[in-house]
Design a protein around this ligand. Sequence first.
Ligand code: GRF
Length: 196
Amino acid sequence: MKRVAILLSGGGSNMVRLVESMTGDHPARPVLVMSNDPQAGGLDKARALGVATDAVDHRPFKGDRAAFEAALQAKLEDADPDILCLAGFMRILTPAFTQAWAGRMLNIHPSLLPKYRGLDTHARAIDAGDAEAGCTVHEVTAELDDGPILGQARVPVLPGDTPDTLAARVLLQEHRLYPAVLRRFAAGDRTPITLT
Ligand code: GRF
């Protein structure tokens, strides 16, 4: 049985779907939900789902990323996860940390990578006049939003879409895609998934 830790910064809607998916004959179980924000709403949701939680507030580290990550790593070692899922985790990780978790860390990004790495993905897709948008689950490497793609889901960009309406449409697909990719990844299968 694979042990999964989930890192989040906000409401944790992706974490909820991941935790809810890890039941029955699923090859993984959640062992920790951790945040860089002790007040993150996702921590309450994780506790309500019976999952252990922890937090390392990044603010006292004042940009010393290595020190912040050392604190994260210490708590992760206690939980001893096999897989790390970034789910709405909004801190950039150093190459040292991503190297330590190479091949064992996933992230969900709200665009059809390699398009629109970074932030404001929905506004950028609308401004570019794209007909399609979506989300990507990928392995995390040193380059931001750049690792091997493990799954994608596509949605139409509709006339009159705002970043918020598009984000809501994409989020529904994130909630389908991430659990599907995690289940396959936990079973040792890296064959990419495309959801339509
Ligand atoms: C989602 O759009 C996800 O793609 C991005 O963070 C946003 C919030 O995710 N990584 P969640 O509701 O906190 O899971």
